[in-house]
Write a protein that binds this ligand. Structure first.
Ligand code: NDP
Length: 283
């Protein structure tokens, strides 16, 4: 039987509607959420991401400011801008678009963001809070994936969860979120032996690697929920995930498409974090 397609676009639209209402309520109390996005250099993909974030803010009545800095910006100049945004009351969220040009130290820049304004959830304080199971700003992609899993109807509690990929922005926080909801979690990476044997145990499989069609039908347990985070551009220009959608969708119980799965949720969760940051900053 063909898998249920988990529609990230539709779910993101539903979440955006909720956020819009929340923003309107805050506005009536004289509170205006606002997101400052810093882009250094002219990377075309980053320019598109930043534009999409700006548009998403506009659609929800969230104020947004875009700082386009030249590729030659120094570490000190960037840190000084972040510090000045930390002190601005109208700025509730600060996002530094990654990757930064190679001469800049991204970790050091992120550490200067006030943790309550760190809407990407990349600051070590927010990472630590997630590890400790404390409330805080959670990275947008894994937070969005938890919503997609919920939408599929599967219960995380007691399920075998396998996360492929262990980056600080997706794989690791994803594993922690699944653990928080009482999943039995295994994390795979490039040194994992017999990847297919491990992924085949999963009731919930999250794949965040960046390798087109790494996960094939034989590697998936029949009926599993499969979340495909990967975004890979093929030579013909087509965008595909890390999961071979055509065959895996024949065995999985539910699956996210690429595009239209995880991507739209990531940006919706960024908007959610911006509203959340507004509350945290006011405390
Ligand atoms: P990273 O490159 O930071 O991490 C990739 C991970 O995959 C690493 O942990 C690596 O292992 C692991 N890996 C590499 N090769 C294999 C393999 N053959 N088998 C098993 N594991 C392997 O990537 P990100 O986490 O930043 O992103 C992953 C993908 O998700 C990318 O395609 C990215 O574009 C996409 N993405 C999509 C988003 C969205 O909103 N749709 C948001 C963020 C990311 P090791 O640690 O050992 O090197």
């Amino acid at each position: 039987m063909a898998a249920q397609i988990i529609d990230g676009k539709a779910l993101a639209a539903k979440i955006r509607d909720e956020i819009k209402r929340e923003v309107q309520e805050l506005n009536t109390d004289g509170i205006y959420p606002g997101l400052a996005v810093i882009l250094v250099g002219e990377d075309p993909a980053s320019q598109i991401y930043v534009r999409n974030k700006h548009r998403a803010c506009q659609g929800l009545g969230i104020k947004s400011w875009q700082y386009n800095l030249p590729a030659t910006t120094s570490q000190q100049e960037l840190v000084d801008l972040v510090k000045s945004l930390n002190t601005k009351a109208e700025v509730s969220g600060i996002l530094v678009q990654l990757p930064l040009p190679p001469h800049l130290n991204a970790e050091a820049v992120i550490e200067t963001i006030r943790p309550e304004k760190d809407v990407d959830g990349f600051h070590p304080v927010n990472q630590g809070r997630l590890l400790a199971g404390l409330p805080g700003l959670v990275p947008c992609t894994p937070a969005g994936i938890m919503e997609l899993i919920k939408e599929s109807g599967v219960r995380v509690e007691g399920s075998e969860c396998v996360v492929v990929g262990r980056s600080n922005i997706v794989g690791k926080p994803q594993a922690l979120l699944l653990l928080q909801q009482n999943g039995t979690v295994t994390v795979c990476h490039s040194r994992t032996k017999n990847l297919g044997e491990v992924t085949k145990r999963a009731d919930i499989l999250v794949v965040a690697v960046g390798k087109a069609r790494l996960i094939t039908k034989e590697m998936v347990k029949p009926g599993a929920v499969v979340i495909d985070v990967g975004t890979n551009r093929l030579p013909d220009g087509k965008l595909v995930g890390d999961v071979d959608f055509a065959t895996v969708s024949q065995v999985a119980g539910a699956i996210t498409p690429v595009p239209g799965g995880v991507g739209p949720m990531t940006i919706a969760m960024l908007m959610k974090n911006t509203v959340e940051a507004t509350r945290l900053v006011m405390r």
